[in-house]
Write a protein that binds this ligand. Structure first.
Ligand SMILES: [Zn+2]
Length: 87
């Protein structure tokens, strides 16, 4: 059976290794430390994901938990980490 687990945020691409969607593709409702999205809430379709990403970027790509923002954080590198089907 295909493993549908996702660890990278669909909105911002942050991947700290925690599962956001389990192996069955079901959301685990984890709040992203970077973009504040909750997996499974409003990120079900590509249109929704792009809209949320646009809002996040448009507001300066701020971190929900600034203390977890790496000193050498690279926005474009993180964006490149977004799973291809959610770009
Ligand atoms: Zn995120």
């Amino acid at each position: 059976m295909e493993n549908l687990a996702e660890t990278a945020c669909r909105i911002c691409g942050l991947d700290d290794g925690d599962e956001l969607f389990d192996r069955h593709g079901l959301p685990l409702y984890v709040i992203c430390a970077c973009c504040f999205n909750e997996s499974g809430i409003g990120d079900d379709t590509l249109m929704q994901v792009r809209e949320l990403r646009g809002l996040w970027l448009g507001h300066g790509a701020r971190w929900h938990e600034p203390a977890r923002k790496p000193a050498d954080w690279d926005l474009l590198a993180q964006i490149a980490n977004i799973p291809p089907r959610w770009r």
